[in-house]
Design a protein around this ligand. Structure first.
Ligand code: ZN
Ligand code: ZN
Length: 99
């Protein structure tokens, strides 16, 4: 977790945000619920698939907000852990049936 700075994962788990940005790191909570707000403006995004929502969030960070994003990390809100594998391989999400 050394690449996560001031915005600790524990704080992220406790708050109501679905996406936070800490420097060049972006953390996303999965599964997304409803509209997901950009961490840097009031834009929000919805979509059918988690990866299209994620793309809608991350692309404007790079191109609209001119930020360098070096990593994105995913937290499963069902078991409250960082997902180290591909999110689509995470066992919790098989039951959710979203993807
Ligand atoms: Zn934005
Ligand atoms: Zn899980």
């Amino acid at each position: 977790m050394s690449n996560i700075g001031s915005y600790s994962p524990n704080r992220f788990l406790d708050d109501g945000l679905q996406v936070v940005r800490d420097g060049s790191n972006v953390m996303l909570k999965l599964p997304f619920v409803g509209a997901v707000q950009c961490p840097d403006c009031s834009d929000s995004f919805t979509g059918k698939e988690w990866f299209s929502i994620k793309g809608s969030i991350v692309k404007p960070l790079k191109f609209k907000h001119q930020l360098h994003i070096s990593s994105t990390r995913h937290i499963c809100t069902i078991c409250n852990v960082f997902i180290s594998s591909k999110p689509s391989d995470h066992p919790c999400f098989a039951n959710v049936g979203l993807w």
